[in-house]
Design a binder for this molecule. Structure first.
Ligand code: MLT
Length: 264
């Protein structure tokens, strides 16, 4: 793990491997270690940059964490690493940040990976739920919030068949700072609708989704893919919302094929 002071905060990140830079942004309330299997699989051919987004993992907790602020943090990290252009991808909240990054810095994006995410903003109801969760995290800590989220995040199949992954996810979620989580929840609630951006995307794009994703269901990914010119959709059979963790071999195969295809 390395640290850099960017945008006035201490950011933790891993920067592993050599080759075309690939930036992978984690979901909520996770951290950069969720990409471990992808980093291991790809590091011989690619340079993988995996930051802890503000308020998560080992990155400093700050009062606000909008998707735009997180996207600016990523741009500042790329400046620090002297990376002008990268393949940028994210899962769920990481996908919201990826879209915000593309909107702000399209010239810095070589290709996009949008995993288990959506372009739409929150409904009023979703915003209200996020505020309740933020207050719960601040008043009661992360455990009740994480324990409520866990069954929604993975498929029933994963829950039954992969107890070690369930335990790892629980530890990761419990370890997230409650103030960092509250800031991210409020940041997600305030995010813009990016549906109109999809038609403007003119870089190769891979959309990935778990077939049992209950938070950003496959229909949402189908629709998103149909709006992005020339994009490809890969469905991870039996996976829920954290498809890269639930089906690492299939996810890595899809990712590797997409990345290798960019070399031609
Ligand atoms: C995530 O995995 O990042 C969250 O489920 C995203 C969300 O709550 O919208």
């Amino acid at each position: 793990m390395t640290r850099a002071r960017i945008n006035g905060i201490e950011m933790a990140y891993d920067d592993v491997g050599k080759g075309q830079p690939v930036v992978l942004l984690h979901g909520f309330p996770f951290n950069r270690t969720m990409w471990r299997a992808q980093v291991e699989a790809l590091q011989d051919a690619y340079r993988l940059v995996t930051p802890d987004l503000r308020g998560h993992g080992e990155t400093q907790v700050v009062e606000t964490a909008t998707m735009d602020e997180m996207a600016e943090d990523v741009a500042a990290l790329l400046d620090e690493l002297k990376i002008e252009r990268a393949i940028v991808g994210g899962l769920s909240m990481g996908g919201y940040v990826t879209l915000a990054f593309y909107q702000k810095f399209p010239e810095r994006v070589r290709a996009l990976i949008l995993a288990d995410t959506r372009p739409q903003d929150d409904t009023d109801e979703a915003q209200a739920t996020r505020e309740q969760q933020a207050l719960k995290a601040l008043l009661e800590g992360m455990e009740p919030v994480a324990d409520g989220l866990l069954p929604k995040v993975i498929s029933e199949e994963t829950f039954e068949e992969q107890p070690e992954l369930v335990a790892r996810l629980r530890r990761m979620m419990h370890g997230t700072d409650a103030r960092g989580s509250a800031a991210a929840l409020r940041g997600m609630a305030a995010r813009k609708d990016q549906t109109a951006l999809l038609r403007k995307i003119d870089v190769p794009t891979l959309v990935i989704v778990g077939s049992r994703d209950a938070i950003t269901p496959p229909e949402v990914s189908h629709e998103m893919q149909s709006e992005i010119r020339g994009s490809r959709l890969e469905v991870m059979d039996g996976a829920g919302h954290v498809s890269n963790l639930e089906r690492p071999a299939e996810f890595n195969r899809a990712l590797q094929q997409f990345l290798d295809g960019l070399q031609n």
